[in-house]
Ligand binder design. Structure first.
Ligand SMILES: [Cu+2]
Length: 112
């Protein structure tokens, strides 16, 4: 009987540990006039409940602003550091740096 109780406790502990592991954090580089990579408009896909962490890697000031999508959010204009957002509303987001404009620095974020 004691063994059975211990086994059930172990299963419970594993179950609890598995829950936070489902939510992931995706890091997106914010470079000098690009997101992710130096050309094109990248699409980053995450799951609802995940966190997206934008990380400034260039020298110029940039921001992260949703111009179209199921939820609106925006970061301050920064030259270094990070901005993290938990995303829950599913859909396709268009994100731009308003300093450099949509044609120069934009990305898509798909939350599924
Ligand atoms: Cu910019």
């Amino acid at each position: 009987m004691r063994k059975i109780v211990l086994s059930l406790a172990a299963v419970g502990a594993l179950g609890a540990a598995a829950v936070p592991a489902l939510a992931a954090t995706k890091t997106v580089n914010v470079g000098d006039n690009y997101f992710v990579k130096s050309s094109g408009t990248p699409t980053v896909t995450v799951k609802s409940g995940d966190r997206v962490r934008w990380r400034w890697v260039g020298d110029s000031p940039h921001n992260v602003v949703v111009t179209k999508g199921p939820a609106k959010f925006s970061s301050p204009t920064k030259t270094s550091g990070t901005y993290t957002r938990k995303v829950t509303k599913k859909g396709l987001y268009t994100i731009v740096c308003t300093i450099h404009g949509a044609s120069d620095q934009s990305m898509k974020l798909r939350v599924r």
